[in-house]
Design a protein. Structure first.
Length: 207
């Protein structure tokens, strides 16, 4: 199936939420995404990243910064978020929170850009997710009790897997909401520090 050119891909959402922190060039952006171990849950090949940046620039969500501000970047093209891009990333994060498929929530993608939204809204989304999952867990447990020994081994294992998965997801959503609510100084973890400076200062492994 052909990709909808107007749809915002996962890598585009990641680019927008990362550029919402500070303007940066492509290599710097890739370094920050490596630091966040995005490869665990999103494609981060060189071609995917630069193709995403090209699409975002064409749509007007990002733009190159003035040459004077980019002088320290050794000729690399430095991108910044536009007002349109800011509205897009806010809208996309809200869309993640309100996805109609109740069985799946792209929690990694949501948390990666959570600082773009108000702290109270992020906590509200996570609490609502926890309530939705807890309701699903109650239904799954009720079904398991009702079916009892009437299902074959494969069916029983599937139900047990579903229950175990929901228990973990409920616990995570509730813990995430609690920790996000307790955060002081709401904003991106790195603040305005450039990823290269952070890596040099902390010597944190990128992979």
């Amino acid at each position: 199936m052909a990709r909808n050119p107007e749809a915002t891909s996962r890598i585009e959402i990641l680019c927008l939420s990362t550029l919402a922190r500070i303007p940066m060039h492509g290599y710097e952006l890739k370094t920050e995404l490596r630091y966040r171990h995005v490869k665990w849950w999103a494609k981060l090949e060189h071609g995917h990243l630069y193709a995403a940046l090209a699409r975002l620039e064409k749509r007007g969500d990002i733009r190159p910064v003035a040459r004077a501000r980019a002088a320290e970047s050794r000729g690399r093209r430095v991108y910044q978020l536009t007002r349109q891009g800011r509205r897009r990333i806010e809208r996309e994060l809200e869309n993640l929170a309100q996805a109609p498929d109740e069985t799946y929530f792209d929690i990694d993608l949501f948390l990666a850009g959570a600082f773009v939204l108000p702290q109270a809204r992020v906590v509200e989304v996570l609490l609502e997710r926890g309530r939705t999952l807890r309701h699903q867990l109650e239904e799954a447990n009720e079904l398991r009790r009702a079916m009892g020994e009437l299902v074959p081994t494969a069916g029983r294992l599937i139900m047990e897997h579903r229950v175990a998965h929901l228990e973990l997801e409920v616990a995570f959503a509730e813990r995430a909401a609690k920790e996000m609510k307790a955060l002081r100084g709401w904003g991106p973890f790195l603040g305005r520090e450039r990823i290269g400076e952070f890596v040099a200062r902390t010597r944190v492994p990128l992979e």
